[in-house]
Structures are given as C-alpha cells and as structure tokens.
Ligand binder design. Sequence first.
Ligand SMILES: Cc1cc2nc3c(=O)[nH]c(=O)nc-3n(C[C@H](O)[C@H](O)[C@H](O)COP(=O)(O)OP(=O)(O)OC[C@H]3O[C@@H](n4cnc5c(N)ncnc54)[C@H](O)[C@@H]3O)c2cc1C
Length: 450
Amino acid sequence: MSARATPYASWGGVLRAPHIACRPATRAAAAEVLCGGGTMVLHGNGRSYGDVALNPGGGLMDITALDRFIAFDPDTGLLTCEAGVKLSDILEVLSRPQADGGGWLLPVMPGTRFITVAGAIANDVHGKNAHHLGSFGNHVEQVELVRSDGSRLTCSRTEHPDLFAATLGGLGLTGLILSATLRLRRVPGLGIESEDIRFGHLDDFFRLDAESADHWEYTAAWVDCLASGAALGRGIYSRGRHVPGVACDPPARAPRLSVPLTPPLSAVNGLSVRAFNALYWRKLGGAGRRLSIGSYGPSFFPLDAIGQWPRLYGPRGFYQFQAVVPHADGPAVTRELLKTIAASRQGSMLVVLKRFGTVEPEGLLSFPMPGISLALDFPNRGEATLRLLGRLESLVMEAGGRIYPAKDSCMRAESFAQGYPALDAFRAFIDPALTSAFARRVGILKEFPA
Ligand SMILES: Cc1cc2nc3c(=O)[nH]c(=O)nc-3n(C[C@H](O)[C@H](O)[C@H](O)COP(=O)(O)OP(=O)(O)OC[C@H]3O[C@@H](n4cnc5c(N)ncnc54)[C@H](O)[C@@H]3O)c2cc1C
C-alpha cells in the first residue's frame, strides 16, 4: 500500500501538518498496513477538534474507505458495518419511517452526523440524551479488532471483555477497529416534539433542567457566553422527545450551504458574537417559548447544515473546550466558568450546556460522568486564548471534573491523569504500533515525550 505526504488538520484548524498517509480500500489491506511495521495514528472523518487523530510528520491510516454495511437484522436492530461507515450513512439507509411513523434510529447521536463508527467508538461519543441512554459505547455489541502482532479478535462483553472496555473510548490506541456491531433502537415515531424556552439566568437553567430531565429524552441549552451580572448564563433551553406516529425522513446527506473560502481574519469576534447572541436570545419573540413537531435533524445537527463552517474562524482556527463537573458543585463551578469566559470577552456563539446522567459509560477512558457539561469554541488569539483555557482547566480540575479528549488541544498531562483515573489500567491494552499527538502530549504514551 503506497503512503504519501498529505496534509491533515484538526477540525478546529489550529494544528495542520503533513502526514505519511494511506487509505486502505479493504479490511485486509488495513490489517496488513497495521502489521507492516512502524507507528501510525488512526484517522476517521477528522471531526475531532484537537489532536487525537493526528501524528504530525508521522504515519496516518485514514479508514474512511472501509465504508461497507455487512449485515442488518430488522427484527433485532443489530447492525454490523465497517469502521469507516458514517453515522449519516446509517441514518440515510436504515432510519426510514415505517408505516406507523416509527423506525430504527441510532441510540446516541452527537452534534454532527458526519463521523465514522470507529470515531464514535474511540471517543465514546455522547448526545443530547446522555442522561437517558448513556454514550455510544453502551450500544456497541462487539468490535472486530486487529492488533499489530497479527491477532484479529472479536471483542465484546463476553469475549476479551477487558480489551473491549479499553477500546470503548480508547482513543484509537488499543488496535484497529475493522468493523463493529451496533444495536439500533426502534422508536415509536422518528420525528420529535421539541420545545425551546428562553431563560434569563444560569439558575433558571438548573431549574428547567431539573424539571425536564425525567420527561424529556433530549435536553441541552445554548448559553450567551458574553452575558454577565444579572444576565449571567442566560440562554435558550431545548428539550425534545419522540412522538408516536410522527414520521420524519433522515436529514439531507450533504450540507445545503457551505462557507466557500477562509476569510483573512476570523469572522467570529467580540462584535459579531455580541450581536449574534443578542439576536439569538430574542429569537423566541415575546412568548419566550416555542413548541414544534418535526425532524430531529435541525436541532440535533445544526452545524451540519453549513459545510466547512470552521473557515469562519479564519486561518488561525479555533480551540474547542468541553468539560464535565460533578453535579454537587455543578452550579457553582459553571457560574465561575461562565464569569471567567465573560470577563475574557473571548468565546463564540456556539456554547452548549447539558446534563450527563447516571448511565455508566463502559470505556476505561470514557469522558461522560454524572454532572454538568459545558462546551464552547474560542477563536485562536494565541497566548491570550491559551491562558484562558488554562484557567478554565484549573477550575474544572479543582472541582473533580474532566476535559474531553475529542475536543482538546492543550490539556496538561496532570489534568488528564487526574480526570481519567483508569489510565494506568488502560496502558496495558495499548498497541505499540498506535500513537497520536494527543497520547504523547497528555502522557498516555509515557515513553514518547511530546
Ligand atoms: C460539529 C461537531 C459537533 C460535535 N458534537 C459532539 C457531541 O455532541 N458529542 C460528542 O461526544 N462529540 C461531538 N463531537 C466530536 C466528534 O463526535 C468526535 O470527535 C468523533 O470521535 C469524531 O469522529 P471521526 O470519525 O471524525 O474520527 P476522528 O476525529 O478522525 O478520530 C477520532 C478517534 O478515532 C480513532 N479512530 C479512527 N479510526 C479508528 C479505527 N478504525 N479503530 C480505532 N480507532 C480509530 C482516532 O485515532 C481518534 O482517536 C462533535 C464534533 C463536531 C465537529
């Protein structure tokens, strides 16, 4: 298999570098590359914001050509497919409404559907229903894993269960996933009833969230990160649930709009964020609340509607930050995080606050834990942004929280070790042929300093 120098970038665009890349067309060819000597990073659809799928100057295996469906059982919802199949493909092919409006759906859908099954497993991704159904790994029945010593293993809760647990959320370090079996869920109506509610302060978020969590499967809030004082943490709370008999088609395969080129400076700045947030916060009009019934696409995947949207941040790109803090200190720490962000006058329009519940993730390094999660983007302003991210990280670590590897570009090694106490146990499952800039930076691979 020929490999050639090809540029790959983080989704945030801060890290961009040539890699010695190959894109095997079959599972056999991919296994051969892994076992052929040398180290490499595994790369899905590149939707991770930081460096988990990068290895600047080194080897990279792009798995997106492994995109075949293998089997689907319409009685049980068990789907077996290759690792590079995208969630958008699964929705397109299998999430078609049946006569009663119901149908098969992915149990966990993150904020973009343009990710691969392997990427979803390796980061054990979560969606707006994390408080009801947990994370992606909770719905994976088995993976077919090849390791660089030539072993090809079926891993599940009964076969090689320890390696299975290490591979869910295993950041692409435990072996090459060739295929996976997922359990889709049948919902009584593919469409959802959703309600958006404007709220004026962070305390209102916690009130709304407490009253919604049991009765609404999907919940999350947009927050105006520049609001301060009496308006600190104001935003729009969104909640949704499936409605029996309400059908909807899968979202369109490709974005309808696209950002055609990168502007010389970030279009996301203090002025544009302030103007957007003020308008967006008022979007519900005088009533301050809106109920609708229809497709889940626009509310689950709002950014998928605009192709190449990171270009809006200009050539320097942006950092993303997502952390979870335990419920006990959730309100106080979230308040501190938002105060720090508002005072910095950094941050963007894209801010999401959501609850994680008590469904235990099964991966040794899975990110979700019971608590409150805050996610947002910061245009890259160099040192000023890194200092801010460092302050946010310290607040999260003091509260006993953790930072999400899929979104991270600068977490300290101590913070990773503190946030992920199963790290030592995880190290026993690392495949020596696999690496990543992230794994070196946060000290997962001790022997290779960043
Ligand atoms: C707009 C947007 C919204 C998002 N919203 C959410 C959200 O709501 N919740 C959430 O959890 N995440 C979210 N994410 C993050 C995204 O879901 C994850 O980063 C996901 O892992 C990306 O998958 P990918 O296919 O692009 O893989 P990549 O980003 O390319 O790689 C991800 C990981 O998978 C590993 N990998 C790739 N192929 C294999 C393989 N064959 N075997 C083993 N490991 C492999 C890589 O080494 C890497 O560690 C969002 C991202 C975007 C851009």
